[in-house]
Design a protein around this ligand. Structure first.
Ligand SMILES: C[S@@+](CC[C@H](N)C(=O)[O-])C[C@H]1O[C@@H](n2cnc3c(N)ncnc32)[C@H](O)[C@@H]1O
Length: 462
């Protein structure tokens, strides 16, 4: 995703195939498909293409070493989940309005006066979070409290922990900005695009999500339909890799409503709106390595089966100056899958922010599946032709080095049906499996000045 520099962060035979897909969907609906590690033979091409890269793991030459490495890599990747939670805690402290009436920070830059020194406004917000912990009425604050308990951070150390954690966060954010500034100053115009591609390769794994990347995905799919690359009714199974949870994003996330996930519904709705598939027939499978995300999706599906709607709050800050097209996307979001409902009140401290809400119909919530899988290391086995026609990963692969990105691409290719499409929003390595063909890149801007938007890259399994 591109962010403004300041704010960081595819008639008989077909009929037979359809019947086959329907049977399979039912099979998956009733049982579980098992998740397993990628095997040495499945990554041969990727290893060969990356053999000279000097990236850890890329020089592995035999099966036993591979099995050991991929397991330890999975553990190492998952160990970054807690640091992502720590980053979310810092975002909540800086931008949350549910636990304090102090004004929201405008940007992470405003939290530090000089390197390592927090501003009084940031310190006041740290204190407010420490005070809010004891009340514990708020979902996000309770999650913070549970996290502190797991980390064995005692009552008297909480404020100090928040301070140190925020200092680290602010320093890291400054380093990402510097990396981007340096790349922007490079004589090679592709340097910036390349730097963005692996920007967060060592960062904690964030769960945060927001609406607009889905606008970029829908616009990209629309362009593909226009060009005849995608045929009506061609999609039956979609995978959303890393759907995320709306915790408190740095830019346009808020915390005045329960945690929610947007992307599985956004992608399903885009497919329905573009007549690529019927919303009632399309199965959405979510793959994520964060148990909180998996539990959230499983719960919303369970509630859907019990007849309950899944309610989504859709805030928008007019000061963010979205383009008319982005605003239109926001206005129409959920109209196919749900019905408008009264939005939760916007806190006074967020003056100007407007919100709409939609109740997603139970039938759509109930069809969501979720598996705990690390896309870089783990895969699911689908019989030929019974995988996915569309796989999405936005703001996910940017957390990995280029070899791991290439592994994820090989994995995605093996789960895609022939002709299936993979969309991501960061530049991906050219040293990737021949089972993914690069089709191009499309930029969608979210603001009229073009400073904020997404570059969606498109691949197809030949
Ligand atoms: C920053 S959020 C992005 C959410 C959403 N895709 C979006 O663009 O708004 C990243 C999501 O990817 C998940 N994730 C990160 N690494 C992953 C991996 N290797 N395999 C599966 N999910 C991963 C995280 O747990 C989180 O849910």
């Amino acid at each position: 995703m591109r962010v403004p520099p300041k704010t960081f962060s595819c008639h008989l035979l077909r009929g037979a195939l359809l019947a086959c897909l329907a049977v399979f969907s039912l099979a998956e609906g009733a049982g579980e498909v098992s998740v397993r590690y990628l095997r040495f033979e499945e990554v041969q091409e990727t290893l060969r293409l990356n053999a000279d890269s000097d990236i850890p793991g890329s020089d592995i030459a035999e099966s036993a070493a591979w099995d050991a490495w991929i397991r330890s890599r999975d553990a190492e990747v998952r160990s970054r989940i807690d640091r992502g939670i720590e980053d979310s805690i810092s975002n909540l402290i800086l931008y949350g309005t549910s636990f304090t009436s102090l004004p929201k920070m405008e940007s992470v830059e405003r939290a530090a006066s000089e390197p390592g020194e927090l501003t009084p406004a940031a310190i006041a917000r740290v204190h407010a979070m420490a005070v809010a912990l004891s009340a514990g009425r708020n979902e996000r604050v309770r999650l913070v409290r549970d996290f502190l308990a797991r980390q064995k951070i005692g009552k008297n150390s909480e404020e100090r922990y928040f301070t140190e954690n925020l200092r680290r966060f602010v320093t890291e954010q400054a380093a990402y900005q510097k990396k981007l500034r340096d790349a922007a100053a490079d004589a090679d115009p592709s340097a910036l695009y390349l730097a963005r591609g692996t920007l967060f390769e060592t960062r904690g794994l964030s769960v945060d999500t927001s609406l607009l990347p889905n606008f970029a995905l829908e616009e990209t799919l629309r362009a593909m339909v226009r060009k005849g690359v995608l045929a009506p009714g061609s999609m039956h199974r979609i995978a959303v890799i890393g759907p995320g949870l709306d915790f408190t994003d740095k830019r346009d996330g808020y915390d005045f409503y329960p945690l929610q996930t947007l992307q599985p519904f956004a992608v399903l709705e885009a497919v329905a709106r573009l007549e690529l598939g019927k919303a009632e027939d399309v199965q959405v499978v979510c793959l994520d390595l964060n148990s909180a995300v998996i539990a959230h999706v499983q719960k919303l599906a369970e509630r859907g089966r019990a007849g309950q709607t899944y309610n989504l709050q859709l805030p928008r800050d007019p000061k963010a100056e979205w383009s008319p097209e982005a605003i239109s996307y926001w206005k129409h979001f959920g109209e196919i899958l749900g019905s408008p409902m009264k939005a939760l009140p916007v806190p006074a401290t967020l003056s100007g922010v407007v919100a709409r809400a939609v109740a997603i119909r139970p039938q759509f919530a109930s069809r969501m599946k979720a598996y705990d899988a690390n896309i870089v290391a783990q895969t699911l086995d689908y019989a030929p032709g019974q995988g996915f026609e569309l796989m999405i990963a936005t703001n996910v692969l940017v957390y990995y080095d280029r070899f791991q990105q290439a592994l994820a691409m090989a994995n995605i290719a093996r789960m895609l049906n022939r002709g299936g499409i993979f969309l991501a929003n960061n530049v991906l390595p050219s040293q990737h499996t021949s089972d993914l063909e690069y089709l191009g890149r499309r930029t969608t801007t979210f603001t009229p000045d073009g400073a904020y938007g997404d570059d969606v890259v498109v691949y197809r399994r030949p």
